[in-house]
Design a protein around this ligand. Sequence first.
Ligand code: PLP
Length: 390
Amino acid sequence: MIYLDNAATTRTAPEVVEAMLPYFSDCFGNPSSIYGPGSKAKKAVNEARHTIAESLGVKPEEIYFTAGGSEADNWALKATAEGYEHKGKHIITSKIEHHAVLHTCKYLEKRGFEITYLDVDTEGKVSPKAVEDAIRPDTILISIMFANNEIGTIEPIGEIGAIAKKHGVLFHTDAVQAYGQLPISAEALGIDMLSASAHKLNGPKGIGFLYIRNGLKLRSLIHGGAQERSRRAGTENVPAIVGFGAAVERAQRLMEEKQTKESMLRDYLIERIETEVPYCRLNGHRKDRLPNNVNFSFSFIEGESLLIMLDMKGICASSGSACTSGSLDPSHVLLAIGLKHEEAHGSLRLTLSEENTKEELDVVVEAVKSIVERLREMSPLYEDFLQQGQ
Ligand SMILES: *Cc1c(COP(=O)(O)O)cnc(C)c1O
């Protein structure tokens, strides 16, 4: 198997699994209990919180564990809306956000909030000037993702953070794809809230966090016990939190090495596909791009057929985002960067890890070449195109 879908999820690192195991058995206690196994669990949760806080340059009490990135995004937007609606009911976001943000915005629209969905340019960049121009006296929140999960474009987060601060508007970023891949300093970038998820950085699934800067008036997500400073009640998912901490420690330690290796593999893959497969287009920004993201559109083919045929050769990839597969709608991200419906349908996302090798990528390039050629041979559109050319 060649796994090239690390934007959908990553393999839990063996050292992460190892770190988690004792918290299912010996240290099974409830962190709220005062006896030995409980206090051990509590200590482990605190350590993970410290590791994560340190990675962002924030305080441990500003990290709130959630059940993942979607939950953190939902919480940030809905609770800001409720907590600040006395100031205004306008929110600014972009057209290329993850559905966890976009569908939450739709929900808020039904409840009387007004949302501005900013356009992006053809490489998927949000313009800081467009953000500033969209700010109104009743704007309470700007939510722009750190890096896009489909096309890998990295957004100008520092500039947007500075604009938000200048206008006294809160700034949330969905950093689920960027966290663990890129260095992030919440303070320097002017970030008030940040969402992350462990399973995108070799941690376990079902655990994430929302960073909430001290002083923000956000309502609790879950009412009950005093866990997470009473803002998200419920007994902590201790093994997952410990695993998240171990994954963050690992990601921080390997970040430079991973960046170097993955971006080299990424550029190799992009170069080979661009030179060897005719009628293709690279989606996303050439330079400001996640180190592990490759996204192409191939004219005259269906991405779904390409995926199925790649799967038969043991290659795991994606067409758009994992959340959109199963639906026939083309990716909203690819449409937002100006692709036509048929171009968006012919897209392929390959997201690498440091475990991939050049030899694997050679196999993938040969597979893509031959499958694209075969699919085009069966395509009436391609036939028309060839006849027009003659
Ligand atoms: C994966 C992802 C999410 C959702 O995270 P889950 O932990 O799977 O809920 C949100 N935003 C982005 C950008 C993602 O890539």
